[in-house]
Design a protein around this ligand. Sequence first.
Ligand code: ADP
Length: 293
Amino acid sequence: MLTIERLTHVYGNGTRALDGVDLTIPPGMFGLLGPNGAGKSTLMRTIATLQTPTSGAINFNGIDVIAEPERLRRTLGYLPQDFGVYPRVSAYDMLDHMAVLKGVATPAERKDTVESLLNQVNLWAVRKKALAGFSGGMRQRFGIAQALIGNPQLIIVDEPTAGLDPEERNRFLNLLGEIGDEVVVILSTHIVEDVADLCPRMAVLAGGRILLEGAPLDLIEATRGRIWQKTIARSELDDHRERYRVISTRLFAGRTIIHVMSDTDPGEGFAPVRGGLEDVYFSTLDASRRAAA
Ligand code: ADP
């Protein structure tokens, strides 16, 4: 169990990237959903002990993460948003090197670890290829392999599907879904489907604050009877935005499908629809924007 209490981070330039975050994350996949600039990477880096927060507390299975970063690192697997350089080293040699750094000391144990991880992430066939020549999807699968070295109990993946094509994304998410239920896995993303496909629990972060937390199915259920859909011409969009609480718009066959949130039937061509996680997400962001305005 990971508990985060009143976590605040203010950068040197005064940006308040985290503003009193309280979260309790049980074992299993947890989706942290938020738009760009929400504070997701700041939160992920702080939990991964790469930066110290301005104030607040983080505890993981009895480890005081801020006071004892070394203890946490021993049980942490982290896939950063950006790995930076991809060297001309082969996948096998790089993973072996990372296993040394992670403390997998004996050559026999390392061989076992590296071979089973390369098989698990389906990179065995390309193990001798340089990482520099890997596709985006292969890089992310390598990223998961290195994050899994040493059987971590806490795994953090920061925006892992950005830039992957649908097939690669699918493979990657399947791989994440295979990680054991007893491990805490935090998936940070701005892509609603990543969370909808994979996470039994989630939270929405925006402006450094947790706006919503719960099980996607419960959160969707809570919108029942309040989401209405209408198909309009693009030219009608501005007018509808003025008259209704439009929470999302989507193009379909050259027309615009809008979703509106309303406790009562808005009439005028609107039909009730079963909401999805996108409706939950966009209505939450919309409500927070309205509150701030
Ligand atoms: P996300 O990962 O959700 O896009 P970030 O944690 O990267 O959000 O950023 C949250 C806010 O903090 C943004 O306003 C961003 O510009 C700012 N920020 C991030 N890193 C720094 C930094 N090193 N110095 C100053 N501001 C930063």
